[in-house]
Design a protein around this ligand. Structure first.
Ligand code: MN
Length: 226
């Protein structure tokens, strides 16, 4: 393993390392749905810890550095076996949290509109039926994980609700993520204790539907990330 004390390794690492993306809102702006302390810890400690761990895991593998986190996870099955589980966990943690912050906003329109609303009605019957299915999937999921609304590019961008364990990413199962909610207790236990249902139900109030609709449009237009 190369020492990170050499200028070459240090330079290479600095050029390719993942960094914590800033939030588009302040730590107190999602309160009371997400209280300030929870958001601060979740972003500056939990998300940062996944980034630091992933950078450290990839440090001896320069050929796997410098990719977008999305491309890295899509290539997970080709990642060297020695680091595949770590990339799955820490890389998934980086991608899931980055995605989560993007689809939240304190200035939200509360309801989906346009093509996205139409697709939700087509695939779930109604927007409310979609919300019920999403909450039920999140509640039913045992242990830590994430619940997602995804589009399936292999099936004409049909919308689906999936829950995945730990820090698994929808990128590794060939889906494009439109919306996600964190089911780990660190996401909600200060405010909601163990009441995951209350968290899932309150959380809709900070969903940034405009960003979700934009992701849907970009994926259908052929973009691989949004
Ligand atoms: Mn989390």
């Amino acid at each position: 393993m190369t020492s990170i004390a050499t200028p070459l390794a240090a330079g290479r690492r600095a050029a390719s390392a993942y960094t914590l993306p800033p939030l588009k809102f302040g730590y107190g702006d999602l309160s009371p749905i997400i209280d300030e302390k929870t958001l601060r810890l979740h972003h500056s400690l939990h998300h940062q810890a996944h980034i630091d761990a992933l950078n450290s895991v990839l440090q001896p593998y320069p050929e796997w550095q410098g990719m977008t986190i999305e491309d890295l996870l899509r290539s997970l099955n080709d990642v060297p076996e020695a680091i595949r589980a770590d990339v799955r966990n820490f890389g998934g943690g980086v991608a899931n949290h980055q995605f989560f912050w993007k689809i939240l906003s304190p200035w939200t329109s509360k309801e989906p509109s346009g093509d996205l609303a139409q697709a939700l009605r087509r695939d779930f019957g109604s927007v409310d039926a979609f919300r019920r299915e999403f909450e039920a999937a999140g509640l039913r999921h045992f242990g830590s994980g994430w619940v997602f609304l995804v589009a399936n590019p292999a099936a004409d961008f049909k919308l689906e609700v999936v829950a995945l364990p730990n820090e698994d990413s929808v990128l590794n199962i060939g889906r494009m993520g439109l919306l996600t909610c964190d089911l780990w207790e660190h996401a909600y236990c200060l405010n909601y204790q163990s009441r995951r249902q209350a968290w899932l139900h309150a959380w809709w109030q900070i969903v940034d539907w405009e960003t979700v609709a934009l992701r849907f449009d970009k994926f259908r237009a052929g973009h691989r990330q949004a």
